[in-house]
Design a protein around this ligand. Structure first.
Ligand SMILES: Cc1cc2nc3c(=O)[nH]c(=O)nc-3n(C[C@H](O)[C@H](O)[C@H](O)COP(=O)(O)OP(=O)(O)OC[C@H]3O[C@@H](n4cnc5c(N)ncnc54)[C@H](O)[C@@H]3O)c2cc1C
Length: 396
């Protein structure tokens, strides 16, 4: 029986990046994917600069729009629009096309991809990992990268723990030529009525992706927020091409990234920006680090690299979310100021990350001040961490 050097579970951005990085360096790599590409994935498909940096070296990014304007509203009110004249802020893709190109790139690098194959369970000995497939077949690997998303078998096997769980709801709406012209090159962000929530409109040519995200446990109010948002946009009568929901999970600070020969990357590791819930750049970057670590034969190097390169931004994102959840109106007002807009644009273009931003003295001082002021919206509370995560954390 073949023993693969690397089996990657899941053919999303994280898994295909791991496969691309490892196979490109001569590692005998198999990707097993439950679905068949091109497959739909609930996702805004907004690529910020740090995603483009990784993807553009590998594929031609199938852009449906290049956004250089952003409209901000506060629960539908106090709207204003800003334009970034120096170039696009966010590149809009449809995930089925984007992920399919990543698949082709991984195959070109030498990886084998098997589709419509679901992994049911993992077992490992000190020498090998045994993967049991849905059809009953078993495959063997010296190392595994688990990249099967936020509720997959790999996260369970490694014992990933979460600090924050959110529910994202999304509609893909086919729109008229008039609506297309209205939204071309422009996105909308609405700071929502639920703590830490926001809604978006992302233009994709003849479709708009319209979605909301809020802490889990507020399902009905999150759905109501989406209904009102769509209504306000004048799109209530449009029949969606897709209408779906998905949980996003951000890892606890002490959550493992590896168990023995099995690494986890992307959503499977809970690597996701906690405030924006931007996850594609984390998936691409962590996948690349995982594939590189396998090629180097240094699995512990993956844990160090994630701690150094990705965790600081996540921690800064938790801080921002904490303040934003209590004072969305302050964030809204900040976006209208030149420094606030510049910071937003720099983040979107990948010129800065939240760790660097939050590390600056004026931002640190402003966050500390906002933390001390009494909350103006007494009904609002910070989204609570995932209760299961809390229960599983030592000392809590
Ligand atoms: C509503 C919403 C909007 C979002 N919008 C954005 C955005 O605009 N920009 C952004 O950067 N991020 C966004 N994100 C986050 C982003 O979608 C994820 O972070 C990203 O998809 C993570 O990539 P991944 O490769 O880790 O996992 P996934 O993309 O989820 O890929 C996992 C793959 O594993 C496969 N799989 C699952 N189980 C098995 C199994 N047992 N065996 C084999 N294969 C399996 C799945 O079929 C899937 O193809 C959004 C998320 C949500 C929920």
């Amino acid at each position: 029986m073949i023993v693969w050097d690397l089996v990657v579970i899941g053919g999303g951005p994280a898994g295909l990046s791991a496969a691309f990085a490892a196979a490109g360096r001569g590692v005998r790599t198999l990707v097993v994917e439950r679905a068949a590409h091109p497959r739909y994935k609930t996702c805004g498909g907004g690529l910020i600069g740090s995603s483009l940096t990784v993807a553009a070296g590998r594929i031609e990014v199938p852009a449906h729009d290049l956004v250089d304007r952003a409209t901000f509203t506060l629960d539908g009110r106090r709207g204003f629009t800003r334009r970034h004249r120096a170039g696009p802020l966010v590149t809009m893709v449809r995930r089925e096309e984007f992920d399919d190109r990543l698949r082709a790139a991984a195959v070109s690098a030498g990886a084998e991809v098997r589709e419509r194959v679901a992994v049911r369970a993992l077992e490992q000995t000190p020498e090998v990992v045994r993967l049991r497939l849905a059809g009953g077949e078993t495959i063997l690997a010296r190392t595994v990268v688990g990249a099967d998303g936020s509720s997959g078998v790999s996260a369970r096997h490694v014992g990933v723990r979460y600090r924050q769980v959110d529910l994202g709801l999304e509609l893909e709406l086919p729109v008229s030529a008039e609506q297309q012209a209205r939204w071309r090159h422009r996105l909308l962000l609405d700071w929502g009525p639920l703590p830490g929530s926001y809604a978006w409109v992302f233009p994709k040519g003849d479709r708009l992706t319209v979605g909301v995200i809020a802490g889990r446990g507020e399902g009905e109010r999150t759905r109501e927020y989406l209904r009102r948002f769509v209504d306000r946009l004048g799109l209530a009568g449009v029949q969606p091409v897709h209408d779906s929901g998905h949980l996003t999970r951000c890892r606890a600070d002490d959550s493992p990234l590896r168990r023995g020969r099995v690494l986890v990357a992307g959503d499977a590791a809970g690597l996701l920006e906690p405030w924006t819930r931007e996850g594609i750049s984390y998936a691409l970057r962590s996948g690349e680090l995982a594939g590189g670590a396998v090629a180097d034969g240094d699995l512990a190097g993956y844990e160090r690299a994630v701690a150094e390169r990705l965790v600081p931004s996540m921690l800064a994102g938790f801080r921002l979310l904490d303040v934003f959840a209590r004072r969305p109106h302050v964030f809204h007002a900040l976006m209208a100021t030149p420094p606030g807009w510049r910071a937003f644009a720099r983040f979107c273009r990948g010129r800065t990350d939240f760790a660097e931003m939050v590390g600056r003295a004026p931002v640190r001082a402003a966050l500390a001040l906002m933390n001390r002021l009494p909350s103006p919206r007494a009904s609002l509370t910070v989204p609570s961490p995932d209760p299961r995560a809390r229960a599983s954390r030592p000392g809590s």
